[in-house]
Design a protein around this ligand. Structure first.
Ligand code: BGP
Length: 468
């Protein structure tokens, strides 16, 4: 059959700065909150895969793989070690070299501006995302980067997984002395993030009209646990809170009515200005990045249940668990689907359901900015990894993606997570996602050599036949 994917389709792969660069404090880089948030059970961000020093070798592997695009993030504290103030030229130089190397090899750079790494200096100075000042500082950082690289980069993602920052307990830092509840603080941070995103989108769309810019958001389809109307309604409410709330903020520039009602009912007193809402309305993203890993099943939840979404592990670190939102919804395991060893439901059809639904509501071109499966892996005697389970996962998801393009959805690129093994935020090097194996463990750096997994050759031949 003839593939509906165009010849220009962006066959890519993804990473994020803190998960692969290492060089945590090198060449003037400042610390970020994610440097501090990694669970001590795992490796830290000091070296990770040492991509900072090995980027040429890595781009050569990307070239060999046949990538047409590479999604990566620019670390804010590498450019502005203090978050604001003086530019660190060496930080800019690193990304200039990386981008030049990509372009030289025919690989389109897809740049994420914020992937969880707020400069620690700004957390210390004014509680980071809790302060209105962060809007201007994020804008200044983003403008600096966009202006600097606009000659070579035309695809930008503003903020990665704002929805997951809201949900996961280890991606933000909260002020212990704040008298507001964590949830109220989250809604405030979320608002400032939304305005910061809008300000950058507005700037880029005005200054560089041919560029594409938008959010990269982690999304899931939501399935009702039964055909009981109560469960179906709870599923709708859950999808509103976890998906459409954020999508409406980005693409309609407004707060969904039922979420706004919830905020008022909770008595949250948010700093939201008329001018914020005006900016959100006028900023129009023309690209949507979707990170998709799994679907979610939901049932109704009585008011009398106890709210929960976080557990504390044996290291005192916060872990996400199935959410219970009393009176609204409860997330439960879907008994119909297989899961990864980490309990993430494997659901390729879910990707088609999600894409069809999202594109019908928010019709902008989509790049799958993340999709993949983590596993515990080690090198075999032939110095490779037989990751057939990954080939199966990715090919089934690509089939679903292709089906949804047939259904009429404008998907213009696919970036599996991840190009190479890297530091998983939730599970360190114990959970690998790459096409390329990196020789280290959480405890031992070893030689950090790169080895091609079975999936590398599979993706290589797939890209070859799709583009010939
Ligand atoms: C997304 C993040 C990525 C990556 C991925 C896999 O939420 O954007 O940075 O970490 O999930 O998650 P994990 O490493 O926890 O398995």
């Amino acid at each position: 059959s003839i593939s509906p994917l165009s010849k220009q389709f962006l066959w890519g792969a993804a990473t994020a700065a803190y998960q692969c660069e290492g060089a945590k404090l090198e060449d003037g880089k400042g610390l970020s909150i994610v440097d501090l948030n990694i669970n001590p059970k795992f490796a830290d961000t000091s070296v990770t895969t040492d991509h900072y020093h090995r980027y040429k070798e890595d781009v050569a592997l990307m070239k060999e793989l046949g990538l047409k695009a590479y999604r990566f993030s620019i670390a804010w504290p590498r450019i502005f070690p203090n978050g604001d103030g003086i530019i660190n030229q060496k930080g800019l130089d690193f990304y200039r070299n990386l981008i030049d190397e990509l372009v030289k090899n025919g690989i389109e750079p897809l740049v994420t501006l914020y992937h969880f790494d707020l400069p620690k200096a700004l957390q210390d100075k004014y509680q980071g995302w809790s302060s209105r000042q962060v809007i201007d500082d994020f804008f200044h950082f983003s403008k600096t980067v966009i202006d600097e690289f606009s000659d070579s980069v035309t695809h930008w993602f503003t903020i990665n997984e704002q929805s997951n920052m809201f949900a996961l307990p280890y991606l933000l830092v909260f002020d212990e002395n704040d008298t507001r509840s964590i949830e109220e603080q989250k809604y405030q941070m979320n608002h400032y993030m939304t305005v910061a995103h809008a300000k950058v989108v507005e700037y880029c769309r005005t200054q560089y009209p041919s560029h594409k810019i938008g959010p990269a958001i982690g999304l899931s389809p939501y399935y009702a646990a039964s055909a009981l109307p109560e469960d179906v309604l709870a599923t709708q409410v859950c999808a509103d809170f976890k998906t459409y709330f954020f999508m409406d903020l980005y693409f309609k520039g407004e707060y969904k009515a039922n979420i706004w009602k919830y905020i008022l009912e909770q008595g949250y007193n948010l700093d939201i200005l008329e001018e914020d809402l005006a900016l959100m309305k006028s900023a129009k993203p023309n690209l949507l990045g979707i990170n998709y890993y799994q679907s979610t099943m939901v049932r109704a939840c009585p008011e009398t249940e106890v709210a929960q979404d976080v557990a504390i592990d044996e290291n005192g670190a916060k872990q996400a668990i199935f959410e219970t939102a009393p009176g609204r919804y409860q997330v439960i395991q879907n008994p119909n689907l297989n899961t990864t060893p980490w309990g993430w439901e494997i659901d390729p059809i879910g990707l088609r359901i999600l894409l069809n639904d999202i594109y019908a509501r928010y019709p902008v071109p989509i790049i799958i900015t993340e999709n993949g499966i983590g596993g515990q892996e080690s090198l075999d005697e032939n110095n490779t990894v037989d990751d057939s389970y990954r080939i199966e996962y990715l090919s089934e998801h690509l089939d679903a993606l292709t089906q949804s393009v047939n259904d009429g959805v404008d998907v213009v690129g696919y970036c599996p997570w991840s190009f190479m093994d890297l530091l998983s935020t939730s599970s360190g090097f114990n959970k690998r996602y790459g096409f390329v194996y990196v020789n280290r463990t959480d405890k031992e750096l070893l030689d950090l050599a790169r080895y091609k997994k079975k999936s590398f050759y599979w993706y290589q031949s797939l890209i070859q036949s799709a583009t010939k």
